[in-house]
Each structure stands twice: as C-alpha cells, then as structure tokens.
Design a protein around this ligand. Sequence first.
Ligand SMILES: *Cc1c(COP(=O)(O)O)cnc(C)c1O
Length: 441
Amino acid sequence: MADLAHASPSTTGILVANAARHALVRARAAIARGAPAPGHAYLLTEAAAELERLTSPSLRSVINATGVILHTNLGRAPVSAAAAAAMASLASTYSNLEFDLTTGDRGSRASHLRQLLRDVTGAEDGLAVNNNASALLLCLSALASGRDVVVSRGQAVEIGGGFRIPDVLKQSGARLVEVGTTNRTYVTDYETAIGPTTALLLRVHPSNFRVEGFVASVGIAELVELASVAGVRAVDDVGSGLVLDAVPFGLREEPRVQTSVGAGADIVCFSGDKLLGGPQAGLIVGKKDAIDLIRRHPLARAVRIDKASLAGLEATLQHYHRGEATSHIPVWRMIGAPVEALESRARAVAVAVGTERVRASATRATIGGGSLPQQTLASFGLEIGPGDVGNGRSVGLDARRLRLGSPPIVARIEHNALILDFRTIFPEDDLAVVAAIRSIL
Ligand SMILES: *Cc1c(COP(=O)(O)O)cnc(C)c1O
C-alpha cells in the first residue's frame, strides 16, 4: 500500500474516499452489464489498488523482461551505478555547470566533456546536446542552411517516432539532394550531384533496418575523400554510438564512432542512450572549425543538455576512458552475459516458483533501440503457458497482471506463451520476479 505517512489527515481522507468511490462506480457499472454483485473483500482490494494508483508517481521503474536491451518505450539504456550516482548528486546541488572555479568567471557547459570526448573518440573537439535528433538538426542548421546536402536515397530514412531525415533537413533550412537508388549508390552519384551550392555530404546509418542482396553504398572513408576534393564537409550520423568492438560479443561489425572520426569525417553524431549506454543525449564530435560553428549557432542554446544528463554522460565516458565499459555499463554487461549464467538463473527462478506451468526455456534476445537490426543473442528465460482455458486464465491477462504488479514487469508474448527473458532482467531482481509470478498464478 502507498506510504501515506507524510500526507495530512484530511488529504488522506479525501484520497481514501475517492478510491472507494471509484471502486463502487466500477462495481455498479459491472452489475449494470449483468455481472454478479461483488463481495466486500473484492471491493476493498479494488479500492486499495486505486489508492495505490492515486498516490504513486506516474513515471516508475519497471523490470524489463522483454529481452530487448535498448527498449525505447522502457527508457532505452539503464545507466551505470556511477553515472546514476553522479546524476543524483548533481541534480540536488548547485554546481560549476557554467562557472569557472579557478577564475571565478562565467564558464562553459561544453567544457566539461571536451577532453573526455577527444580521448574516447579521437576527435579534435566535441559537445553534447539533448539527443541525437537535435544533434543532427543543429549540425545541419549550422553547416548547411540555405545550401545543399547530398544524401543517398537508401539513407533518406525514418529513424522512428516520426524522425525522418528529409523532414529534419527541411527544418534546418538545407536542401536535400538525393542521389543513387534505394539499394545502390556509388561514388559517381555523389560526384555528379556536387555543385557550387553543396554544403556537405551526409551519411546516415540506417540503424533500424537492413537492405540485403543487390546493394552498394559508399563507405565513410570514400565519402570523406570525395568531400575534401570538392571542398565540402562530410557528416556522419552513426546513430547508436558504438565505441566498443561488437564482434567479440558475437555481433556483426557495425560502424564505430572512432572509425568515422579516424576516416576524417568533419562531424560524427550519435546517441548517448543507445549502445554508448549512458543518459539521453546527442554527442557531436569532429573537426574543431565545424564544432565551433555548431557551438555558436542559436539552436545550440535551444537543444542544450541538462546538468544531470551531463554528469551521467561524463561518468559513462569515464568508463570507456578507464577501459571498464564492458564490466560497468549495464547495456554491455547484458550483451556480454554468458547464456549459461542466464540459464542457471532462469532454472533457479523456475524451481523457486515451483509450478509446472512455468518452465525455463531457450530464447533469443535483441539489441533494439534501432541498433544492430535483425541480430539476436542466444538467451534464456521463463515460459509461462496459458494453462487450462477453463479456469478463465489467458496469457494476455497474465501479462497484464505482471505489468500492474509492484514493481511492474514487462514480458513478451510469443506463440501463446508469456516469455520472461533473463538477458534484460537485472540479477538483483530475480527474487522480485519469483514473488510476482507466484502472486499471479
Ligand atoms: C536513433 C537515431 C537517431 C535519433 O537519436 P535520438 O538520440 O533518439 O534522438 C538519429 N539518427 C540515427 C541514425 C539513429 O539511429
């Protein structure tokens, strides 16, 4: 039940009365639809549940049992303990956010990450903004407004949530010049499109889908070379912010931030809360002169990063700097967890639940968040079958009851069974999972 210790007696009374009224209204409506009149105990449970709902925050922590590591609807990357501590501590205090402690003068928000971004990505300079969508909008506004941006037809994509490259370009005041075809684009396509009004060549990593078969695209190194010959800039939106080598984790090779920086891209932008594993942010790194133009653009103020996110980002980048990313960043711990460890946790939880309807079974987890499309990781989980249809149970109802529990658990439904995938469940939540399943069965 909700903690009402700090509410004043009158507030508590009103809340309880509202919860009871709500339960009665619902019961009357059910009776009107022909349901039998509920008993006392049922009404009390309903009122208590409503009271809980009225007094608890709307935004809450959940257990992600979907097996989708970067689940956008569940808040993408959970940050490391160090990043969470840095965020909490900075949020509740004053800070030197824009204050130079040495001189006592006004400082710059961008100064805190500059050196770390240089060290981790190899770029000359860098800054962080609110998210990668705003990073791209800002870069295009600062570097290409009123001029042409050349993009391959296969990369004029929608990233998700209505974020479409052609629309972002329009918003920035740049003109989109599409080249090539949806499946094949060559260096010569870019070459013919470059003219006196060209500002930059843009590459966008099509992160949430994959075109296979008869395909051709131009790599960042070739694009950079072409841009420098033509005297225009090369901008690379790599999306997921992969800094580590994904191949030892059994994943396909993906564009890494350092690769694009090393190839000489003027600007490389990426998300903070995808494979980087930090808080929501957009990172912009690259050549100093381009970063200077971006930093001074009026939109930079509109999309600036918040102080808590900045603190979390600094702590996250420090994990990379110290070479401890795979052991400290939750996203990478999940990606790297051996399937045997997941299997033994799933088996232990199944035994603790102790019913035939729940059994441990092999599953496939995914990265999600528009990263590494179509790649899955061998995983292990629990499978909760539908049980006897006669007893009024259904997989959908079980899923709903897990979602409405405390803490809420979000599972996935596959072939009329409920799957709880242990790759995305924190080991410290295993006991809560046992309790939740026992309470719904
Ligand atoms: C995810 C993604 C974006 C948007 O990033 P947000 O941080 O969600 O704003 C932009 N471009 C690419 C290629 C992406 O994958």
